[in-house]
Design a protein around this ligand. Structure first.
Ligand code: SAM
Length: 260
Protein backbone atom coordinates (compact mmCIF):
# COMPACT_ATOMS: atom_id res chain seq x y z
CA UNK A 1 0.00 0.00 0.00
CA UNK A 2 1.49 3.34 -1.08
CA UNK A 3 1.09 6.27 1.29
CA UNK A 4 2.59 8.89 -1.02
CA UNK A 5 -0.72 10.62 -1.77
CA UNK A 6 -2.27 11.93 1.45
CA UNK A 7 -5.24 14.29 1.44
CA UNK A 8 -4.21 17.88 0.71
CA UNK A 9 -1.33 16.91 -1.54
CA UNK A 10 -0.71 17.84 -5.19
CA UNK A 11 0.97 15.56 -7.72
CA UNK A 12 2.14 17.10 -11.00
CA UNK A 13 1.79 14.16 -13.35
CA UNK A 14 3.17 13.73 -16.87
CA UNK A 15 0.46 12.33 -19.12
CA UNK A 16 2.72 11.60 -22.09
CA UNK A 17 1.85 12.65 -25.65
CA UNK A 18 -1.62 11.11 -25.85
CA UNK A 19 -1.60 7.29 -25.93
CA UNK A 20 -2.67 6.10 -22.48
CA UNK A 21 -0.30 3.14 -22.77
CA UNK A 22 2.62 5.58 -22.66
CA UNK A 23 1.70 6.54 -19.10
CA UNK A 24 3.94 5.33 -16.31
CA UNK A 25 2.37 2.89 -13.88
CA UNK A 26 2.83 5.50 -11.15
CA UNK A 27 0.91 8.08 -13.20
CA UNK A 28 -1.94 5.63 -13.68
CA UNK A 29 -2.06 4.87 -9.94
CA UNK A 30 -2.12 8.59 -9.06
CA UNK A 31 -4.86 9.29 -11.61
CA UNK A 32 -6.94 6.49 -10.06
CA UNK A 33 -6.36 7.87 -6.57
CA UNK A 34 -7.15 11.54 -7.28
CA UNK A 35 -10.24 13.35 -5.98
CA UNK A 36 -9.79 16.09 -8.57
CA UNK A 37 -7.73 16.28 -11.77
CA UNK A 38 -6.83 19.57 -13.43
CA UNK A 39 -5.79 18.68 -16.98
CA UNK A 40 -4.30 20.37 -20.03
CA UNK A 41 -5.93 20.35 -23.46
CA UNK A 42 -3.34 17.98 -24.91
CA UNK A 43 -3.95 15.23 -22.36
CA UNK A 44 -5.30 12.18 -24.21
CA UNK A 45 -8.94 11.15 -23.75
CA UNK A 46 -7.80 7.61 -22.94
CA UNK A 47 -5.72 8.97 -20.08
CA UNK A 48 -8.66 10.86 -18.57
CA UNK A 49 -10.82 7.76 -18.97
CA UNK A 50 -8.64 6.06 -16.35
CA UNK A 51 -9.99 8.35 -13.62
CA UNK A 52 -12.65 6.98 -11.28
CA UNK A 53 -16.23 8.03 -12.06
CA UNK A 54 -16.39 10.13 -8.87
CA UNK A 55 -13.18 12.07 -9.64
CA UNK A 56 -13.78 15.67 -10.70
CA UNK A 57 -12.13 16.44 -14.05
CA UNK A 58 -11.37 20.11 -14.67
CA UNK A 59 -9.99 21.24 -18.03
CA UNK A 60 -7.65 24.20 -17.65
CA UNK A 61 -5.73 24.04 -20.91
CA UNK A 62 -5.73 25.87 -24.17
CA UNK A 63 -5.29 24.81 -27.73
CA UNK A 64 -3.74 27.09 -30.30
CA UNK A 65 -4.53 30.41 -28.74
CA UNK A 66 -8.11 29.70 -27.71
CA UNK A 67 -9.23 30.94 -24.33
CA UNK A 68 -7.63 29.18 -21.39
CA UNK A 69 -7.32 29.88 -17.73
CA UNK A 70 -4.48 32.25 -16.89
CA UNK A 71 -1.56 30.59 -15.15
CA UNK A 72 -2.32 32.51 -11.95
CA UNK A 73 -5.85 31.16 -11.76
CA UNK A 74 -4.58 27.61 -12.34
CA UNK A 75 -2.14 28.12 -9.47
CA UNK A 76 -5.03 29.30 -7.28
CA UNK A 77 -7.31 26.42 -8.27
CA UNK A 78 -4.61 23.91 -7.30
CA UNK A 79 -4.01 25.66 -4.01
CA UNK A 80 -7.70 25.88 -3.17
CA UNK A 81 -8.29 22.20 -3.90
CA UNK A 82 -5.29 21.15 -1.79
CA UNK A 83 -6.42 23.41 1.06
CA UNK A 84 -9.84 21.73 0.93
CA UNK A 85 -8.03 18.49 1.76
CA UNK A 86 -8.47 16.91 -1.66
CA UNK A 87 -5.99 14.62 -3.37
CA UNK A 88 -5.07 16.75 -6.37
CA UNK A 89 -3.54 15.64 -9.67
CA UNK A 90 -2.31 18.29 -12.08
CA UNK A 91 -2.10 16.38 -15.34
CA UNK A 92 0.16 17.81 -18.02
CA UNK A 93 0.85 16.65 -21.56
CA UNK A 94 4.21 14.95 -22.12
CA UNK A 95 6.68 15.54 -19.32
CA UNK A 96 5.75 18.29 -16.82
CA UNK A 97 9.31 19.64 -16.80
CA UNK A 98 9.41 20.39 -20.53
CA UNK A 99 7.65 23.60 -21.58
CA UNK A 100 4.97 22.82 -19.01
CA UNK A 101 5.16 25.85 -16.71
CA UNK A 102 5.40 23.41 -13.84
CA UNK A 103 7.93 25.56 -11.96
CA UNK A 104 5.34 28.31 -11.50
CA UNK A 105 2.85 25.87 -10.04
CA UNK A 106 5.47 24.28 -7.80
CA UNK A 107 6.64 27.67 -6.50
CA UNK A 108 3.10 28.82 -5.77
CA UNK A 109 2.19 25.64 -3.89
CA UNK A 110 5.50 25.56 -2.01
CA UNK A 111 5.03 29.19 -0.96
CA UNK A 112 1.75 28.15 0.69
CA UNK A 113 3.20 25.05 2.32
CA UNK A 114 1.32 22.56 0.14
CA UNK A 115 3.08 19.20 -0.18
CA UNK A 116 3.87 18.50 -3.82
CA UNK A 117 5.57 15.83 -5.89
CA UNK A 118 6.22 15.31 -9.59
CA UNK A 119 5.72 12.18 -11.68
CA UNK A 120 7.62 12.34 -15.00
CA UNK A 121 6.06 11.55 -18.36
CA UNK A 122 7.20 10.63 -21.86
CA UNK A 123 7.97 13.87 -23.67
CA UNK A 124 6.74 14.27 -27.24
CA UNK A 125 10.23 14.19 -28.74
CA UNK A 126 10.85 10.74 -27.29
CA UNK A 127 7.51 9.42 -28.52
CA UNK A 128 7.99 11.00 -31.95
CA UNK A 129 11.41 9.46 -32.45
CA UNK A 130 9.99 6.11 -31.36
CA UNK A 131 7.12 6.37 -33.84
CA UNK A 132 9.52 7.34 -36.61
CA UNK A 133 12.00 4.62 -35.69
CA UNK A 134 14.60 7.33 -35.33
CA UNK A 135 17.14 7.90 -32.58
CA UNK A 136 17.44 11.38 -31.12
CA UNK A 137 21.18 10.90 -30.82
CA UNK A 138 23.27 9.08 -33.40
CA UNK A 139 26.84 7.92 -33.03
CA UNK A 140 29.04 10.16 -35.13
CA UNK A 141 26.18 12.32 -36.40
CA UNK A 142 24.23 13.67 -33.44
CA UNK A 143 26.10 14.03 -30.19
CA UNK A 144 23.44 16.00 -28.46
CA UNK A 145 19.85 17.13 -28.53
CA UNK A 146 18.46 20.58 -27.88
CA UNK A 147 14.82 21.19 -27.05
CA UNK A 148 13.51 24.67 -27.78
CA UNK A 149 10.12 26.28 -27.92
CA UNK A 150 9.36 28.46 -30.92
CA UNK A 151 6.02 29.73 -29.69
CA UNK A 152 5.31 32.94 -31.59
CA UNK A 153 4.00 35.89 -29.63
CA UNK A 154 1.93 38.30 -31.71
CA UNK A 155 4.13 40.88 -33.39
CA UNK A 156 7.36 39.67 -31.80
CA UNK A 157 10.26 38.14 -33.73
CA UNK A 158 11.50 34.72 -32.68
CA UNK A 159 14.44 35.29 -30.38
CA UNK A 160 16.54 32.13 -30.49
CA UNK A 161 20.28 31.62 -30.54
CA UNK A 162 20.38 30.63 -34.22
CA UNK A 163 24.18 30.29 -34.31
CA UNK A 164 24.09 27.73 -31.53
CA UNK A 165 21.08 25.89 -32.98
CA UNK A 166 22.66 25.72 -36.45
CA UNK A 167 25.70 23.76 -35.25
CA UNK A 168 25.94 20.39 -36.96
CA UNK A 169 26.05 17.04 -35.13
CA UNK A 170 23.05 17.77 -32.96
CA UNK A 171 19.33 17.11 -33.11
CA UNK A 172 16.82 19.90 -32.57
CA UNK A 173 13.45 19.19 -31.04
CA UNK A 174 11.26 22.22 -31.60
CA UNK A 175 8.03 22.38 -29.61
CA UNK A 176 5.26 24.77 -30.65
CA UNK A 177 7.17 25.53 -33.85
CA UNK A 178 4.61 24.85 -36.58
CA UNK A 179 3.53 28.45 -37.14
CA UNK A 180 7.15 29.61 -37.23
CA UNK A 181 8.45 26.73 -39.34
CA UNK A 182 9.37 28.88 -42.36
CA UNK A 183 11.21 31.37 -40.18
CA UNK A 184 13.00 28.56 -38.32
CA UNK A 185 14.28 27.02 -41.58
CA UNK A 186 15.37 30.42 -42.93
CA UNK A 187 17.24 31.36 -39.77
CA UNK A 188 18.94 27.99 -39.36
CA UNK A 189 20.12 27.94 -42.97
CA UNK A 190 21.29 31.57 -42.76
CA UNK A 191 23.27 30.62 -39.63
CA UNK A 192 24.97 27.77 -41.50
CA UNK A 193 22.83 24.64 -41.06
CA UNK A 194 22.87 22.51 -44.20
CA UNK A 195 19.61 23.00 -46.17
CA UNK A 196 19.65 19.24 -46.86
CA UNK A 197 19.44 18.42 -43.13
CA UNK A 198 16.71 15.79 -42.56
CA UNK A 199 13.53 16.94 -40.87
CA UNK A 200 10.68 14.99 -39.34
CA UNK A 201 7.45 16.84 -38.64
CA UNK A 202 5.51 14.83 -36.07
CA UNK A 203 1.80 15.58 -35.77
CA UNK A 204 -0.58 14.15 -33.15
CA UNK A 205 2.15 11.85 -31.94
CA UNK A 206 0.94 8.55 -30.43
CA UNK A 207 -2.69 9.34 -31.25
CA UNK A 208 -4.82 7.46 -33.78
CA UNK A 209 -4.39 10.33 -36.26
CA UNK A 210 -0.60 10.51 -35.93
CA UNK A 211 1.28 11.71 -39.01
CA UNK A 212 5.02 11.80 -39.58
CA UNK A 213 6.10 13.96 -42.50
CA UNK A 214 9.70 13.67 -43.70
CA UNK A 215 11.76 16.02 -45.80
CA UNK A 216 14.70 18.37 -45.70
CA UNK A 217 15.21 21.61 -43.85
CA UNK A 218 14.90 23.81 -46.95
CA UNK A 219 11.36 22.44 -47.48
CA UNK A 220 10.17 22.84 -43.88
CA UNK A 221 7.50 25.47 -44.52
CA UNK A 222 6.11 23.26 -47.27
CA UNK A 223 6.12 20.20 -44.99
CA UNK A 224 3.90 21.91 -42.40
CA UNK A 225 1.56 23.54 -44.92
CA UNK A 226 -1.27 21.02 -44.55
CA UNK A 227 -1.25 20.84 -40.76
CA UNK A 228 -4.17 22.51 -39.02
CA UNK A 229 -3.77 24.90 -36.09
CA UNK A 230 -5.48 22.37 -33.85
CA UNK A 231 -3.00 19.57 -34.40
CA UNK A 232 -0.10 19.49 -31.92
CA UNK A 233 3.12 19.39 -33.91
CA UNK A 234 6.75 18.80 -33.07
CA UNK A 235 9.64 19.52 -35.42
CA UNK A 236 12.69 17.26 -35.25
CA UNK A 237 15.69 18.44 -37.23
CA UNK A 238 19.02 16.66 -37.72
CA UNK A 239 20.83 13.72 -39.29
CA UNK A 240 19.53 11.40 -36.59
CA UNK A 241 15.95 11.67 -37.85
CA UNK A 242 16.72 10.65 -41.44
CA UNK A 243 14.35 7.90 -42.59
CA UNK A 244 15.32 4.37 -41.54
CA UNK A 245 13.59 1.11 -40.73
CA UNK A 246 9.90 0.52 -41.21
CA UNK A 247 8.44 3.60 -39.49
CA UNK A 248 5.07 4.85 -40.68
CA UNK A 249 6.22 7.79 -42.76
CA UNK A 250 4.16 10.06 -44.95
CA UNK A 251 6.11 11.89 -47.62
CA UNK A 252 5.24 15.39 -48.81
CA UNK A 253 4.03 13.89 -52.09
CA UNK A 254 1.57 11.65 -50.22
CA UNK A 255 0.36 14.56 -48.12
CA UNK A 256 -0.35 16.64 -51.20
CA UNK A 257 -2.01 13.73 -52.99
CA UNK A 258 -4.32 13.22 -50.02
CA UNK A 259 -5.24 16.91 -50.09
CA UNK A 260 -6.27 16.83 -53.74
C1 SAM B 1 3.14 23.42 -23.91
S1 SAM B 1 4.10 22.26 -24.85
C2 SAM B 1 4.11 20.92 -23.75
C3 SAM B 1 5.14 19.86 -24.08
C4 SAM B 1 5.01 18.65 -23.16
N1 SAM B 1 5.28 19.01 -21.79
C5 SAM B 1 5.95 17.50 -23.58
O1 SAM B 1 6.84 17.14 -22.81
O2 SAM B 1 5.75 16.96 -24.68
C6 SAM B 1 2.93 21.79 -26.08
C7 SAM B 1 3.60 21.44 -27.39
O3 SAM B 1 4.18 20.15 -27.31
C8 SAM B 1 4.08 19.50 -28.56
N2 SAM B 1 3.19 18.35 -28.42
C9 SAM B 1 2.54 17.95 -27.32
N3 SAM B 1 1.86 16.79 -27.54
C10 SAM B 1 2.08 16.48 -28.84
C11 SAM B 1 1.69 15.41 -29.69
N4 SAM B 1 0.92 14.42 -29.23
N5 SAM B 1 2.12 15.42 -30.97
C12 SAM B 1 2.92 16.40 -31.44
N6 SAM B 1 3.34 17.43 -30.69
C13 SAM B 1 2.93 17.48 -29.41
C14 SAM B 1 3.51 20.53 -29.54
O4 SAM B 1 4.59 21.25 -30.09
C15 SAM B 1 2.69 21.37 -28.60
O5 SAM B 1 2.43 22.65 -29.16
Amino acid sequence: MNDDFPAGMVWLVGAGPGDAELLTRKAERLIRAADVIFYDALVGAGVLALARAETRLVGVGKRSGRHSKAQESINDLLLEAAQQGLKVVRLKGGDPSIFGRSAEEMDHLAAHGVPLRVCPGVTTASAASASGQASLTLRGAARGITFVTAHLKAGEPLKLDWEALARPHATLGIYMGRAAAGEIARQLIAAGRDPETPVMVAVNVSRPDERLIRGKLSALSFLVATISDDDPTLLLIGEAVAPRGQGRFVSVEEVLKAER
